[in-house]
Design a protein around this ligand. Structure first.
Ligand code: COA
Length: 162
């Protein structure tokens, strides 16, 4: 049986911190799906299609990564797709409380044996968030150390357009 896992999030945009989790999780499972959550209440910086295209581009060196998107409840998506693991990255202790709450709620909602699996974010990236990257880039700061070069160029393009 193929061991499939999912790593979900907004990825608006994907950062080096996310990529580090993706590379490590991809080694643990036969297939890793990076699933972009569609939140109808939020206007993203990038559209969901743009985010998916960007994630595809920056993960093209990892053969067992696929990119998908979903709306609604994460547990419904997980239950329909038969993932054995739901991967989360923990950046700092401040993430823990929220993650514990979500993991316990998801444990109730998962109908199969899916486990939430936590990977510790590389300390180099523990202070990054997508919002911080967007804020710094929008104000003219460099984020080149924090996102893949392709993402940095797409952010610059978007900032010019906005
Ligand atoms: N490196 C760098 N940044 C990271 C990171 C890492 N390893 N891990 C997380 N981040 C950043 C993200 O970019 C994000 O930044 P932002 O808030 O500025 O956009 C922030 O940390 C929070 O990340 P995360 O907790 O993964 O939030 P998210 O919005 O990306 O994903 C879901 C949230 C998808 C997990 C959650 O909202 C969900 O499950 N939604 C579906 C609805 C649902 O089922 N709700 C019930 C859940 S029990």
């Amino acid at each position: 049986m193929e061991r499939k896992a999912v790593y979900a999030g907004s990825f608006d945009p994907v950062t080096n911190g996310h990529l580090n989790i993706i590379e490590r999780a991809a080694k643990m499972y036969d297939e890793l799906t990076v699933a972009i959550v569609v939140n109808p209440q939020k206007t993203g910086f990038f559209t969901v299609d743009e985010r998916a295209e960007i994630v595809r581009e920056v993960t093209s060196h990892i053969p067992n990564v696929r990119v998908d998107s979903f709306s609604g409840l994460l547990a419904d998506y997980v239950n329909e797709s038969g993932f054995i693991a739901y991967v989360r990255g923990l950046r700092a202790t401040t993430d823990f409380e929220n993650e514990l709450q979500m993991a316990q709620m998801n444990a109730l909602l998962f109908t199969g044996d899916t486990e939430t699996v936590f990977l510790m974010t590389d300390p180099k990236y523990s202070f990054i968030s997508s919002s911080l990257i967007k804020e710094v880039a929008s104000l003219g700061g460099s984020v080149d150390e924090l996102v893949p070069a392709y993402v940095a160029s797409r952010i610059k393009e978007k900032v010019k357009q906005k």
